[in-house]
Design a protein around this ligand. Structure first.
Ligand code: C2E
Ligand code: CA
Ligand code: CA
Ligand code: CA
Length: 281
């Protein structure tokens, strides 16, 4: 029915209609959100599992809509990608995260690196690398304090092109992490060609540890840690919630972790308090 041209709304199922309208409303509000200053970043600490020290943080986008309240990223990132507004939003996120981290460092707080999520749409733009370079220069953050998280599926799609972009970022001194590792369809030979510093084990695998399910014995997690170690890549596990998961990861010598067991993502002031303490609550 979609191909029949204009004035064909009656051919859509009612629920499709509602979804299409909802998308349009969210899209329009996303464009306004930048102007109205409705975005903020929360910061989730990354922990060295052996020492318990905070090594860095992941910046996570938050949208406070004046009428709808907090809108979770899962409700709007995809829509922002589809309509392209993720590009100015992504620039805002990168600039804010770099400026905030530089501020913390100037205030005497120790934070080794800030991680920022990069969407497929941003990563594939011609001007992406230059945009990152500009923001680093403008904020004064050292490139080796910036870590970009790019999902495995984004890297593997057009893997050849990805290698070239990653290498340019790497040459600038930026750290590179593969996000959601294990959920894509990595060709191991490519993984070896990517100049990657960090493998981020997806939380679905961490969640399975100890569960009476497919990977309850943590076989996938152990394999990823072993592979990361042999490729000289740091391995970080996300979504750690339970003591049993943490014990298992420590026993397997997973270097870093992130998850509610340590801390939820925090507003900037709360995260700064945590940094001042130097340990997790
Ligand atoms: P992600 O990059 O995989 O981020 C991890 C998500 O897991 C975050 O959800 C985080 O709050 C959540 N999380 C952290 N610890 C735990 C835990 O122990 N248990 C559970 N169940 N969840 C945990 P959030 O903030 O809702 O973000 C969801 C996704 O939205 C992110 O997944 C990322 O793909 C995307 N996203 C968030 N911020 C940005 C951004 O600035 N730019 C882009 N392009 N994407 C973003
Ligand atoms: Ca991430
Ligand atoms: Ca993830
Ligand atoms: Ca599994």
């Amino acid at each position: 029915a979609k191909e029949r041209g204009r004035n064909n709304f009656q051919f859509f199922k009612p629920e499709m209609n509602v979804r299409a309208v909802e998308r349009q409303v969210i899209e329009a509000n996303l464009r306004l959100a930048l102007i109205r200053n409705e975005f903020s970043l929360h910061y989730q600490p990354k922990i060295n599992l052996e020492s318990g020290a905070i090594t860095g943080a992941e910046a996570l986008l938050r949208w406070a809509h004046p009428q709808w309240g907090m809108v979770p990223p899962i409700r709007f990132i995809r829509i922002a990608e589809d309509c392209g507004v993720i590009v100015p939003i992504g620039r805002w996120v990168l600039r804010e995260a770099c400026a905030q981290t530089k501020q913390w460092q100037d205030d005497g707080l120790t934070i080794a690196a800030i991680s920022v999520n990069i969407s497929a749409v941003e990563f594939r733009r011609q001007d992406f690398v230059e945009g990152v370079r500009t923001i680093l220069a403008e904020t004064g953050l050292s490139p080796n304090c910036l870590q970009l998280e790019i999902t495995e599926s984004v890297l593997m799609h057009h893997a050849e092109g990805s290698v070239a972009i990653l290498q340019q970022l790497k040459d600038m001194g930026i750290q590179l992490a593969v996000d959601d590792f294990g959920t894509g369809y990595s060709s191991l030979s490519y993984l070896n060609q990517f100049p990657i510093d960090v493998l981020k084990i997806d939380k679905s695998f961490v969640n399975d540890i100890g569960a009476s399910k497919t990977d309850g014995d943590g076989g996938i997690v152990s394999a990823v840690i072993a592979m990361g170690n042999s490729l000289n890549q740091k391995v970080i596990a996300e979504g750690i919630e339970k003591q049993g998961q943490l014990s298992f990861l420590k026993a397997q010598h997973c270097e870093e972790g992130q998850g509610y067991i340590f801390s939820r993502p925090l507003a900037a002031e709360q995260f700064a308090k945590l940094l001042r303490l130097g340990v997790t609550a």
